[in-house]
Ligand binder design. Structure first.
Ligand code: C2E
Ligand code: MG
Ligand code: MG
Length: 744
């Protein structure tokens, strides 16, 4: 056994051989010899013989005393007499053995029998020297004993180093985040690290000696065989092959327990016997990394990219993907398929009257019912608001899709119970068939959409198959409405900004946001042509939300890019103003882009003020409280009672452009403009004239005390980029008091 004791009174100690890093190792070391003999003469003469050899020689006359010295652990070599009165030499050796004391014993005895020598060696003596001894013989014996001792210690130290190194490598391999394994040439496990149990639940005994296929998922066997059996090495080794491994059945008591699968990437490298130069394949070394979490997050990301979060149905992207595949398949097999476009009738009413939460719940319930009407191979997707599509990839004739359409109409007839509220809903369905009605994703979706529109336009609640005459049937307004519905999703709207100036300070003080619609075939469509239709159809609500969001986003952009931040006036139609959520919506848009209310002005027309007075007072009050100012647009054209001007938190009157444009030629118009300006002064309201086109109008209005103006004279409504440039330079010409850029 190895000694591992501290230095004590007797001096140096033995870590010399044990720890190569020990500081003690550099100290010179003198071996200690203990002579034990009860006869003093013998002790002394022996001491004399070996004293000159450079050892540290200790003597003692009794075995008991010798045991004590041995206990101290410093004795390298013991010259031991066998016959002593207290304890025999053999018992001393027994003691050495049982206490595992690291010392070498040479028996020096007067007993010359063979038995004595044999016994001594059996008890662990290294040598046996009979008395009388020759000096040379004794010294030789000592030298040999020390030589052997040194070899033993060196051997022990090497063993220790090997053990340490082995432990270190074992530790590294077992603590590895990956499963580390080895297979023999047959593909059976010869080594697995501890990670196997932690990851898959198998103990080492479960797999050692077993073939690797026992833990591979059946569907991945082929891939596994390819990776392992190729016995690849070097560049041909298998890296990061994705395999599913079976987890150990942790609950064997469950009868039909299905092993869990764990996706893993496996790397395997062939090991070849290079020692004997025969290069035979002797096994496989590899690592396997648990990638379950990574796969799970990939799955979630994939799901989110291809599904609608509200209903968890496939979204437009996935629909297109499936449709593309189905068309290709139908083409090859000369099959038919059908695409249905569904739009819920009057869904907007539910949203408007019962709120978005109920609307969302209704959509979820509708999705569930629709799902029950189709087969597994069909794809139901939600592609926007209350619009769903169904792809039926395997149909034989039109009657197949007719059957599904009828089933859907029936299924939706039952009322929906949403938080105790009974809701009835119907749907309009348009159906297009491949190949008759189109052979591309776009044409099939468009034609199903047009057919749906044809249902909506007539009686609603029903279905129609697409036919080519439907295009012509679409009346101008219908077509406009149809296009308008698509304009939002197809990103055809934009916002232009028109400057509003302070005529006394000669600078831009605010801008008015005006919507623009770039129609794919008609080009720019004026708001006067489509805003009334938007109001009629309720489309103004989503469009209005979009405008608010855009304006706040643009305000934030100006703030961040350091341009002069104008106040922005946003037009709001009566339909928007009536909406119960209007103030919350505005507040949310401001908050989303971190914009303060005083950056916003809401323009309403006089007819808005004619609505239910309580609502108007409450909404305007709440908007004012947010710091938002209120302007009355097209002032003078409505039938408003002047009474409200005093009662309501109104900030600005916008004199309608018709008065401005006629005031020089028409005395009546001039009087109205003058009166409005005077009245505004009295009521401490701001005033702004719109439609200012001529310098003469500008000067006349200025002389009447109208501070703010807007019109082509100062600038037409322009794109975000153009107004940003204008705000950036915002130079003022001193020549005629009119901002220089305004004639551009
Ligand atoms: P509005 O709010 O009275 O807007 C002023 C209209 O006068 C704008 O027409 C503007 O381009 C035009 N204009 C400005 N300066 C002059 C000028 O010097 N001469 C002439 N002749 N016209 C001038 P636009 O952009 O066609 O908008 C028309 C109406 O559509 C707006 O009248 C407003 O009622 C409505 N509108 C525009 N954008 C929106 C919007 O985002 N939401 C809502 N709800 N309505 C909007
Ligand atoms: Mg306006
Ligand atoms: Mg106006």
């Amino acid at each position: 056994m190895m000694k591992n004791i501290n230095t004590n009174g007797l001096g140096k100690r033995d870590s010399f051989y044990l720890d190569e890093n020990s500081n003690d190792s550099s100290l010179p070391y003198t071996e200690v010899v203990l002579i034990v003999d009860d006869e003093e003469n013998q002790r002394n003469s022996l001491k004399q013989v070996i004293d000159s050899e450079g050892y540290e020689v200790l003597v003692c006359g009794s075995a008991k005393e010798a045991l004590k010295m041995l206990d101290s652990g410093v004795i390298d070599l013991l010259l031991l007499d066998l016959n002593m009165p207290d304890i025999s030499g053999l018992d001393v050796m027994k003691y050495i053995r049982t206490q595992q004391i690291d010392t070498t014993v040479i028996v020096v005895s007067g007993e010359t029998t063979f038995e004595a020598a044999e016994k001594s060696l059996k008890y662990g003596a290294y040598d046996y020297i009979g008395k009388p001894y020759s000096i040379d013989g004794m010294l030789n014996a000592l030298k040999n004993a020390f030589k052997k001792r040194q070899l033993e210690h060196e051997n022990q130290a090497m063993q220790l180093r090997l053990l340490k190194s082995e432990n270190l490598h074992r530790y590294i391999v077992n603590k590895s985040p990956d499963i580390v394994y080895m297979l023999d040439e047959e593909g059976c496990f010869t080594f697995v690290n501890d990670r196997l149990e932690k990851t898959l639940g198998y103990s080492k005994q479960d797999v050692l000696g077993k073939h690797y296929t026992t833990i591979i998922h059946p569907d991945d066997l082929e891939m596994a065989r390819y990776s392992f059996n190729e016995r690849r090495t070097g560049k041909r080794a298998s890296f990061n092959v994705e395999l599913r491994l079976k987890c150990h059945e942790t609950k064997p008591e469950v009868k039909y327990f299905e092993s869990q699968m764990l996706p893993i990437t496996v790397s395997s490298f062939g090991i070849y016997n290079s020692q004997d130069n025969d290069n035979t394949f002797i096994g496989t070394y590899g690592v396997a990394r648990d990638i379950t979490d990574k796969k799970e997050s990939e799955r979630i990301i994939y799901f989110q990219a291809y599904h609608d979060t509200l209903t968890r149905l496939p979204n437009r992207a996935l629909l297109k993907d499936r449709l593309e595949q189905s068309i290709a398949l139908a083409k090859r097999n000369k099959n038919k398929l059908s695409v249905m476009f569904l739009d819920l009738d009057r869904f907007k009413n539910v949203n408007d009257t019962l709120g978005h939460l109920v609307g969302d719940k209704l959509l979820q319930s509708v999705a569930l019912r629709l799902n029950k009407c189709i087969r597994e191979c069909d794809t139901l997707s939600r592609i926007g608001g209350d619009e769903f599509t169904i792809l039926l990839p395997e149909i034989h004739s039109r009657s197949d899709s007719e059957f599904v359409a009828n089933k859907i109409i029936e299924a939706l007839k039952m009322p929906f119970d949403l938080d105790g509220e009974e809701i009835f809903i119907t749907t309009s369905i348009g159906i297009a068939h491949y190949p008759d009605d189109g052979d591309s994703i776009e044409s099939l979706l468009k034609h199903a959409d047009i057919a749906m529109y044809a249902v909506k336009n007539k009686a609603k609640d029903g279905y129609k198959f697409y036919n080519d005459t439907m295009h012509e049937e679409l009346s101008a307004s219908f077509s406009l409405e149809y296009d308008l519905r698509r304009a939002m999703t197809n990103k055809q709207f934009s916002i232009h900004y028109q400057p509003q100036i302070d005529a006394f300070k000669n600078k831009i003080v605010s801008v008015e946001a005006l919507i623009r619609w770039t129609h794919p075939s008609h080009g720019m469509v004026q708001p006067s042509e489509f805003i009334p239709l938007c109001e009629e159809t309720g489309l103004i609500l989503p469009i209005g939300d979009w405008i608010l969001d855009r304006v706040c986003r643009d305000l934030k952009h100006w703030r961040e890019s350091g341009v002069l931040i104008p106040k922005v006036a946003v037009n709001m139609s009566a339909r928007q103003f009536e909406h119960p959520e209007i103030v919350n919506k505005i507040q949310a848009a401001l908050k989303k882009h971190d914009i303060s209310g005083d950056m916003l002005e809401i323009e309403i027309t006089e007819n808005v003020l004619m609505e239910d007075m309580d609502t108007v007072v409450s909404v305007l009050g709440r908007l004012s409280a947010l710091g938002i100012s209120i302007a009355v647009d097209d002032f003078g054209t409505g039938y408003s009672s002047l009474n409200y001007l005093q009662k309501l938190p109104i900030d600005t009157l916008k004199i309608d452009q018709s008065f401005v444009q006629q005031m020089e030629s028409n005395q009546g118009a001039y009087s109205i403009v003058k009166a409005i300006i005077e009245m505004a002064k009295g009521l401490k309201l701001q005033i702004i004239s719109e439609g200012v086109e001529e310098i003469s109008q500008f000067e006349l209005l200025k002389s009447l005390g109208c501070r703010n103006m807007q019109g082509f004279l100062f600038g037409r409504p322009v794109s975000m980029a153009a107004i940003t440039a204008l705000l950036g330079e915002a130079k003022i010409s001193e020549d005629n008091g009119v901002p220089a850029l305004l004639f551009s």
